[in-house]
Design a protein around this ligand. Structure first.
Ligand code: ZN
Length: 331
């Protein structure tokens, strides 16, 4: 059986705070015996549950890395019972490049789980997380945002898990405990290869987020991330005390009619803002032809009543891009 070459000098069973790296050998022109050093922090105090918090699964989403780098510096072992493993920049080459995918192999980490120990650089990262970190975890939070091409209302999310209704209930409760301004039962366009899917298949309590986007952050979205992580630690008993709950808008994505996909390329004019309520048939956006003037723009309308939960971010849109996400009010 192939062995994953990633090594980690940290002792996951040692009490206290340890900052270190996952060392992934990467021989190349400018570093013959080189390695990729992926930062990791382990904070442990006594026996209790283990939380695995990850960011930078996509390299152009920044609430996760910021909140996790902050938590790595500020969470004291004396505050907790149990263990917290922090991986702020999981697809490290992508984070360094400011890209969704790895500049080394083009790997979209969140489509390559469970990974391969003898695969590409990105597949090796996925395999290490799956085979070494995930089995140690009781609760997993993977922080995402929209990146350079999408923007979302700040939401925590869980999935429908028809194969494991008990886990679905527990994940929904953890999502509520994260307590983002919006809470979403999320439908994935393509769930194969996602960290989410792998963690849920292994029965792990799993929460993901979409906290903003556009390839940057706001003070508000970073605060949502920082507070949400601590809230989950309270929820599972790693931090003492209860979560101080604030109101959260409940949203659901029951089927594919939530996605408005552009079938045209051009300049995008949005007629609605994130968070707006729309009814079926409402004008969402116009796409202008860049080749000529005097032509009517193509108009896109909502396929259902709901809330504008996500939108394409750049001013230019391509055919096939997700133009908007219309979620419905949840229970
Ligand atoms: Zn992402």
């Amino acid at each position: 059986m192939a062995v994953n070459p990633i090594s980690c000098a940290l002792d996951f069973d040692q009490d206290g705070v340890q900052h270190g790296h996952l060392k992934l050998p990467y021989s190349r022109d400018d570093s013959a015996w080189g390695a990729i050093l992926i930062p990791i922090t382990v904070i442990k105090n006594g026996d209790g549950p283990t939380a695995l918090f990850a960011g930078g699964n996509h390299g152009d989403e920044y609430e996760g890395p910021i909140a996790l780098l902050d938590l790595a510096r500020t969470l004291e072992p004396s505050e907790i019972t149990g263990r917290v493993i922090l991986l702020p920049m999981m697809n490290y080459p992508a984070v360094r490049a400011g890209r969704r995918t790895s500049p080394i192999d083009g790997g979209n980490l969140n489509r390559l789980f469970p990974g391969k120990p003898d695969g590409t650089i990105t597949q090796k990262i996925a395999d290490y997380v799956t085979a070494t970190l995930l089995p140690q975890a009781d609760v997993v939070v993977d922080l995402h945002s929209g990146g350079k091409t999408l923007e979302f209302v700040p939401y925590a999310a869980c999935h429908r898990l028809p194969q494991d209704p008990a886990l679905e209930t527990r994940c929904a409760a953890a999502m509520q405990a994260f307590n983002a301004p919006y809470s979403m039962v999320m439908l994935e366009l393509d769930a194969v290869g996602m960290f989410d899917t792998e963690a849920e298949a292994r029965g792990k309590l799993f929460v993901t987020t979409e906290l903003g986007g556009g390839g940057s952050t706001t003070p508000h979205t970073v605060e949502v991330a920082k507070r949400g992580l601590r809230n989950v630690l309270h929820h599972v008993g790693i931090l003492p005390g209860a979560v101080e709950m604030r109101p959260s808008v409940q949203l659901d994505m029951p089927d594919e009619r939530c996605f408005v996909t552009s079938e045209h390329a051009g300049i995008l004019e949005f007629m609605v803002d994130l968070g707006d309520s729309v009814t079926e048939g409402d004008l969402i956006a116009r796409v202008y032809d860049t080749e000529r003037s005097g032509w009517r723009p193509v108009e896109y309308t909502a396929y259902r009543d709901g809330v504008v939960a996500g939108r394409h971010y750049p001013g230019l849109v391509q055919s096939g891009d997700t133009l908007a996400v219309i979620a419905v009010s949840g229970a």
